[in-house]
Design a protein around this ligand. Structure first.
Ligand SMILES: [Zn+2]
Length: 130
């Protein structure tokens, strides 16, 4: 299941995505902590980061969302900043949004490049067939 990432920049929106999350408030990977760590829900016991796109599934009650995020995506800008959204200054929030926008741009660019390469391969195959 694919969920669009662009709607999950803000913690509140991410939190809403966890309305059917299996873990209760007393467990360390509860919805609030998942949202704080940058995750939004993409399925049963599965979540993705709005920033780096890392998808993680098979969450267990003792998992710490921040630690899991750091372990599996140490390069993520959100992880590197290591802050809850509420602790961001306006300036930092702007930086975060800029980085997010840049990541999205790069992703778009990469997608385009991939399509282009695929097309090249197709054309090459067609030529080789002849
Ligand atoms: Zn991330």
């Amino acid at each position: 299941m694919r969920t669009k990432r662009r709607n999950y920049i803000f913690e509140d929106d991410r939190l809403k995505s966890f309305k059917d999350w299996d873990f209760s408030e007393s467990q360390s990977c509860n919805a609030q902590k998942m949202a704080e760590a940058g995750f939004f829900c993409i399925g049963r016991e599965a979540a993705a980061c709005f920033m780096c796109g890392k998808e993680l599934d098979g969450w267990e009650e003792q998992d710490d969302p921040w630690m899991e995020h750091k372990k599996h995506a140490p390069q993520c800008y959100f992880v590197k900043n290591w802050k809850k959204q509420n602790d961001y200054t306006v300036h930092e929030l702007i930086l975060l949004l800029e980085t997010y926008a840049k990541n999205q741009q790069e992703k778009k660019h990469l997608d385009k490049m991939m399509k282009y390469t695929e097309q090249q391969d197709k054309i090459r195959d067609e030529i080789m067939k002849k």
